[in-house]
Design a protein. Structure first.
Length: 329
């Protein structure tokens, strides 16, 4: 099991921007008038570097729908990239290799203010700016039916996938486990993407996996069609303990029938998904992209009941980019 202190020391030393570089993130080249990096697409618009998340989560397919909408309603094109999600994405915005990215509202706050997580202490992302909040990011705790896990405390001594190294999922998983008294010395921590986590559950390689994303999460849907799964409820005193541990957690529910074999509502917690950009990026492009998305939310098939201009500032944890502010105000 990897030692958390050593890992965090490494992350802090390299900086979040270093994480993004190590992950091979790439964006456009050339200089925009606002000092950011953009590439002209030849049609009077720009090729916009949009960093999403893993292909098995919600960020990536939702970003594909944003791409379709933006390209139909602006002269710009979106280059959607699969990434390790929130923590990696704020680093990519910080170093300019991403123009927009999907991240969690708690990670945005930590990164902007250089606090809350050791990864950001002394390594804040000062140019990080908000665009809009989108939908609740539900924290799923999937367990193997024969793993003997009935509560979070039962994860002691188990093999647990807490999400990609440095991802928002990993951050939330460790926060929740610490809230109930478990440290990484108490379980065998594994780090892998949503899709790999599903494979690990199916193959019996881990006892539990944390997956954070708006339901239904594609990787869990696929797993549930081929294997029996349990979705662990966070409820009662444990729920209150988790809610009290961090202000950004909110009570949430995975409705019965969301996944095959999950026949009752499952109480859990959530954070908020949001779109972020970088301070130096073009105000005109940010306003144009924001308007395209929120003027055409009726074209979305993913999270259409949650994503709207009316709720797009609910839970916004950092300052708005002037281009976004121009649209919403």
């Amino acid at each position: 099991m990897e030692d958390l202190a050593n890992r965090r020391t490494f992350l802090k030393a390299t900086g979040v921007a270093g994480i993004a570089a190590l992950a091979g993130c790439s964006g456009g080249d050339g200089d925009s008038e606002d000092g950011g990096d953009t590439t002209t697409d030849g049609d009077g618009g720009e090729r916009i570097a949009w960093h999403a998340g893993g292909t098995g989560g919600t960020y990536y397919p939702l970003s594909g729908e944003f791409k379709t909408i933006v390209e139909a309603n602006t002269p710009h094109s979106l280059q959607v990239q699969s990434t390790g999600a929130s923590v990696e994405n704020v680093g990519s915005l910080g170093n300019g290799s991403a123009d927009f990215a999907l991240i969690q509202n708690d990670i945005a706050y930590f990164a902007k203010n250089g606090e809350g997580l050791e990864e950001f202490e002394g390594a804040s992302i000062p140019n990080l700016m908000g665009v809009a909040t989108l939908y609740p990011e539900t924290i799923h705790v999937i367990t193997r039916p024969d793993a003997g896990v009935e509560s979070l405390s039962d994860l002691e001594g188990k093999s647990v996938n807490t999400g990609d190294l440095g991802s928002g999922t990993q951050v939330n998983a460790l926060q929740i486990l610490e809230a109930v008294g478990l440290t990484t010395d108490d379980f065998d921590e594994q780090n892998a993407s949503f899709s790999t986590a599903a494979d690990q559950i199916r193959d019996g390689d881990v006892d539990a996996s944390f997956v954070v994303g708006g339901w239904p999460v594609g990787a869990i849907e696929e797993l549930a069609t081929t294997s029996n799964i349990n979705l662990l409820a966070i409820e009662g005193d444990t729920l209150q303990t988790v809610l009290d541990s961090a202000s950004w957690f909110a009570e949430d529910t995975v409705p019965a029938g969301t996944y095959n074999g999950v026949d009752e509502d499952v109480t859990t917690v959530s954070v908020q998904a949001m779109i972020a950009t970088r301070e130096e990026y073009s105000e005109d492009i940010v306003e144009s992209v924001t308007a395209a998305i929120f003027d055409n939310t009726d074209e979305l098939s993913i999270k259409p009941d949650f994503i709207s201009a009316d709720s797009a500032q609910d839970g916004m944890s950092i300052e708005l980019h002037p281009g976004a502010a121009a649209y919403f105000e």
